[in-house]
Ligand binder design. Sequence first.
Ligand code: FES
Ligand code: FES
Length: 166
Amino acid sequence: MSTNDLPATTVEVTCTVNGESVQLRLDPRESLLDVLRERLALTGTKKGCDQGHCGACTVHIDGRRVVSCLTPAVQADGQEIRTIESVAGPDGTLHPLQQAFVDNDALQCGYCTPGQIMSGLACIAEGHTADDDQIREYLSGNVCRCGAYVGIVAAVRQAASAAREG
Ligand code: FES
Ligand code: FES
């Protein structure tokens, strides 16, 4: 038997995903991204590079954004995970940031969009939206292959100023 054939030790993890309590038995090598997509069928979070470079897999853990491809799923134990599926209202009404993406043509293929939205939400919540340069800096971990950056920055600016006006 090679080492690869050895059964992995499993770990019990209890966490909240988009407001619902979830219990999982995990191989400690599984990434949060794979668990979200393949076990919980939350495929809104995208797998781009799977190496921490593109930001397509960005989700929030306890309000902080993380690249879920580099986050071991066991780290979710006791934490609150939020994915793109929780952003629109229960009746499908778009979040103001999602609407701002539409208004500003901030997407072409849309593959990067869930990660951009999760980063944008954190950027707004953290108050890192003083000007376009700051928005660009705080979204710099998210790569858009279609180059929709101008629209993305405009969308975050629009949603941030709407949030400030309350
Ligand atoms: S898929 Fe995680 S950063 Fe690219
Ligand atoms: S819209 Fe295509 S990767 Fe960003």
